[in-house]
Design a protein around this ligand. Structure first.
Ligand code: NI
Length: 273
């Protein structure tokens, strides 16, 4: 069965998943989780998937090309050579970030029949397996990166990707801009993914008549008093601003004026230096 992929902010992605005992492996439950992982991955453009990403806190992950099922995987770096690459994650949609990892790793695990796997993987496959095993330890790659960029990280409620434009205003301040690709109406939200620490100093939504009804950061909703409110379509985030960490997602809920309109949401961001 194709399962819903959990997204950043879901507690299951931050838990250390439990080991699967050899006796459990043949059970319909565990075999079902493996089948679901495979079917779910095939429905995406991803190259790996871990059980917590389908809400199962178990030490099972899969890596594609060729498809390999790993149960209770243990990863050991081989040699000292590290490499950086731009990683993405199905649980952190639309963002990519540069991560440095060992180039070659030893992979020890059990396969879906309980047979031992002991292989040495390198380059792309080594990166993927390290990323997946991180998921089993409750780690998202965004916490390992110094540098990520919003690709098409913002989405409207309909779950369509919308482009993010970034431009610099003033000195080091960046403004993230999200435009909806087509007119939307009713209650909407957009999400900005942050790649680094800093402060959000202001949020604006266009067109006129749209109201900001809520602001939350990685699932934590701010109280109105936490952001001395400006206009209904604009939030001035106080003198200190809203402090965000790398990997945080800022969600802005809006009520749109009557009828469907294209929306544009801007967030001013001051990176920490
Ligand atoms: Ni991932």
């Amino acid at each position: 069965m194709i399962r819903t992929i959990t997204e950043m902010g879901d507690p299951v992605l931050y838990q250390v998943a439990r080991e699967v005992s050899p006796e459990e492996i043949p059970s319909p439950e565990i075999q079902g989780v493996i089948d679901d992982l495979i079917q779910t991955l095939k429905s995406t453009t991803g190259v790996g998937l871990a059980a917590p990403q389908i809400s199962q806190s178990l030490r099972i992950c899969i890596v594609d090309k060729p498809l390999t099922v790993l149960i209770n995987p243990i990863i050991t770096p081989v040699g000292e050579v590290t490499d950086t690459s731009f990683e993405g994650c199905l649980s952190v949609p639309g963002v990519r970030g540069e991560v440095r990892r060992p180039q070659t790793v030893r992979v020890q695990a059990l396969d879906r029949r309980g047979k031992e796997i002991d292989q040495t993987w390198t380059l792309f496959r080594a990166i993927v397996v390290q990323h997946e095993v991180d998921h089993l330890d409750g780690i998202l790659y965004v916490s390992r990166t110094e540098f990520t960029f919003p690709d098409n990280s913002a989405r409207v409620k309909s779950h369509e990707s919308v482009p993010v434009r970034t431009h610099m205003i003033g000195g080091s301040k960046k403004t993230f801009v999200v435009d909806s690709p087509k007119p939307v109406g009713g209650a909407q939200h957009v999400t900005f993914g942050f790649d680094q620490r800093g402060t959000v100093t202001g949020i604006r939504v266009q067109p006129g008549g749209a109201r900001i009804t809520g602001v939350s950061l990685s699932g934590v909703r701010f109280k109105r008093k936490d952001y001395p409110a400006g206009l209904a379509d604009q939030v001035i985030c106080g003198e200190r601003g809203l402090i965000v960490a790398a990997g945080d997602q800022l969600r802005i809920d809006m009520a749109m004026p009557k009828g469907k309109r294209q929306i544009s949401v801007e967030a001013d961001f001051d990176p920490a230096t």
